[in-house]
Design a binder for this molecule. Structure first.
Ligand code: SAM
Length: 293
């Protein structure tokens, strides 16, 4: 029997109604909730609370520090979009770095690109890879592919003074509070710029316009101070708060059309070329927020 040794499991059991709730002061007065069939794994890793449960309707769910990271039922929307937007808009991506992404979902998508020869994954927490291998097999299946090198460590530290190595860098990290804090700082974007080859692309997950509009504008301005091209798109993920999550893309080249796919991607369930372009078409209130129009 599992011992309830993390705050979110204690809360879950205390509520005693069989629902997991993602409650956060960041989105006051609303919460995302999933009905729990059974708890599969509870752990306090070196960096975060790790919880895996089987949900009633979305398959297995990975939760870090009380925040839903992915569910088997809807993960493909996020993984496909965060991988294929920067990769298909790059003319010839061969070497890719994934920072975070320890569940393996982004790696699975990156390896659908025939141009890609090598992928490096740098996640800070070995516990995420371990539980993903056990409970999220459809996401983690290609972590042991020969084209993949896994490094356990902080993404900011890992980049160090690397210069001109990667064609694409995908930052699939958790929210900026906790271990991912270093990944939303200007110094991290500067390290990424240095680590990218000429004409490199990058993406970082970037919150929901319904909940953190101001943070998105700040992130866009920060990235625009480092990269000549920055474009904001989004995808839909029903189990993320508000059902929408942004993707901030950038390129070291000015004038790169990040919203234009240059090649098709095989075997997708969410992504297609029309959706790629549509992901960057913003509603009026977002255009006003980002001063686009
Ligand atoms: N798709 C999810 C989302 O948007 O909520 C995130 C996926 S989850 C796999 C995020 C991963 O980022 C976790 O495995 C976590 O360990 C990792 N991570 C957090 N901070 C990190 C850091 N500083 N360096 C590398 N990986 C980090």
């Amino acid at each position: 029997e599992l011992k309830p040794d993390t705050p979110e499991v204690r809360e879950l059991l205390a509520a005693d109604d069989g629902w997991f709730r993602e409650v956060s002061p960041e989105w006051r007065g609303q919460a995302m909730a999933l009905k729990v069939n059974r708890i599969l794994h509870v752990e306090r890793s070196k960096y975060q609370d790790v919880l895996v449960f089987e949900s009633d309707t979305y398959g297995n769910v990975l939760v870090l520090d009380g925040v839903v990271q992915c569910t088997e039922g809807d993960e493909f929307s996020y993984q496909e979009m965060i991988a294929h937007l920067p990769l298909t808009s790059h003319p010839n991506p061969k070497k890719v770095l994934v920072v975070g992404g320890g569940d393996g979902g982004v790696i699975r998508e990156v390896l659908k690109h025939h141009t890609v020869e090598e992928v490096v994954l740098c996640d800070i927490d070995e516990a995420v890879l371990r539980v993903a291998k056990q409970y999220l097999p459809h996401m983690s299946l290609l972590l042991s592919d020969p084209r993949v090198t896994v490094h356990i460590g902080d993404g900011y530290e890992f980049l160090g003074n690397h210069a001109s190595i990667y064609d694409v860098i995908i930052t699939d990290c958790s929210d900026p509070v906790g271990p991912a804090e270093s990944l939303f700082q200007k110094a991290y974007f500067e390290r990424m710029r240095r680590a990218l080859k000429a004409g490199g692309n990058l993406v970082i997950q970037a919150e929901s316009v319904w909940l953190q509009a101001e943070a998105i504008r700040e992130l866009r301005d920060l990235m625009a101070s480092v990269f000549p091209t920055v474009q904001y798109g989004y995808t839909t993920v029903p189990t993320y708060p508000s059902g929408q999550i942004g993707l901030m893309l950038a390129s070291t080249t000015s004038g790169r059309s990040l919203h234009k796919p240059l090649r098709p991607v095989p075997d997708t369930r969410y992504y297609n070329a029309d959706l790629h372009e549509a992901a960057f078409v913003l509603p009026e209130f977002c255009r006003a927020l980002l001063d686009e129009g």
